[in-house]
Design a protein around this ligand. Sequence first.
Ligand SMILES: *Cc1c(COP(=O)(O)O)cnc(C)c1O
Length: 388
Amino acid sequence: MRDLDAELRRRHESHLYRTRRVVDGPQGPEMVVDGQPCLTFCSNDYLGLANHADVRAALARGLERYGAGSGAAHLVNGHSAAHHALEEELAEFTGRPRALLFSTGYMANLGVVSALIGAGDSVFEDRLNHASLLDAGVLSRARFARYRHADTAHLARQLALRGGAQKLVLTDGVFSMDGDLAPLPELARVAQQAGAWLMVDDAHGLGVLGEGGGGSLEAMGLGLQQVPVLMGTLGKAFGTFGAFVAGSEALIETLIQSARSYIYTTASPAAVAEATRASLRLIRQQPWRRLRLQELIRRFRRGAEQVGLRLAASTTPIQPLMIGDNAAAVAMSVELLRQGILVSAIRPPTVPSGTARLRVTLSATHSDEQVDRLLSALEKARRVVPSS
Ligand SMILES: *Cc1c(COP(=O)(O)O)cnc(C)c1O
């Protein structure tokens, strides 16, 4: 049998041990974490909707009407009028014929990829794709290839070399640990030339990018033709929970018939769907949240540059500060917390070895002063922590 204690000790020694912090109260810039009030820069609640009054009220109304649990899977009797209305609204929002709700983004990726390809097919993934897309590729049993990050020429060579009855290219729209955008127009062109389908996971783009919040695809002017499969999550900018896939009528019907992570699981609570409908309305009606976010991103980047902090090339609310060494990244995070600021240290295997970082995320609800406080805390932390 494995010696779990020894393995855990080694993990500790390499500064790779993961622990959880206990939060009390709703998401927001100021939170109580492990009993300590602090200013947070690590949530994916980019638009500040997770605790918005309209969203909370919709959740409460949904609870009154539907109760707490959905009772069964969507294909049995768990598919409520709220789920159905949300699917129609998401289809309209993304400009696609149909949308289908999944319980989580992780499950959506596993379900969609396995429903579309299998043994005898080939799947192609950006090296820095989210773990759920990589796992989906492996689980599908298709031949698996990873191309260099955002390197469309490398992808084109792999597509030309590999056979396979069906070919599927998978990419994040916005890379979750780097904040940069995938070269979607070029990926779409390369995929199309090779007769492959392109699927984009836009967990961090939807709600945030594009004038109307339509995400990376809206920002780059791409539709169903170029990107047949769009996946989005609802636990980030939408501030609630769950995920969806949007595409053609035939795609969605195929998923209902054969996506195992859709069929064999309980539908998420209908009240959550009501809450998401409220957040979708806010995303559409309040473009000022996106504009405010862009203002804060510019303020943070300008300030970071002035004090010589090493930021990644990102124009999104994900603004990683590159550190490199695992121990230094952890020490920086500990020092920031001592100053009352929570930023998480991201280490391998979430990111490649030697690229540990502080993953700063901004929200439309942060104030200018809070961003300035972060900048001076980072400057101070860098002086305290050697080799950061
Ligand atoms: C968060 C995330 C997921 C998983 O979504 P959940 O709803 O949290 O399971 C999938 N893909 C990307 C790129 C993500 O950032």
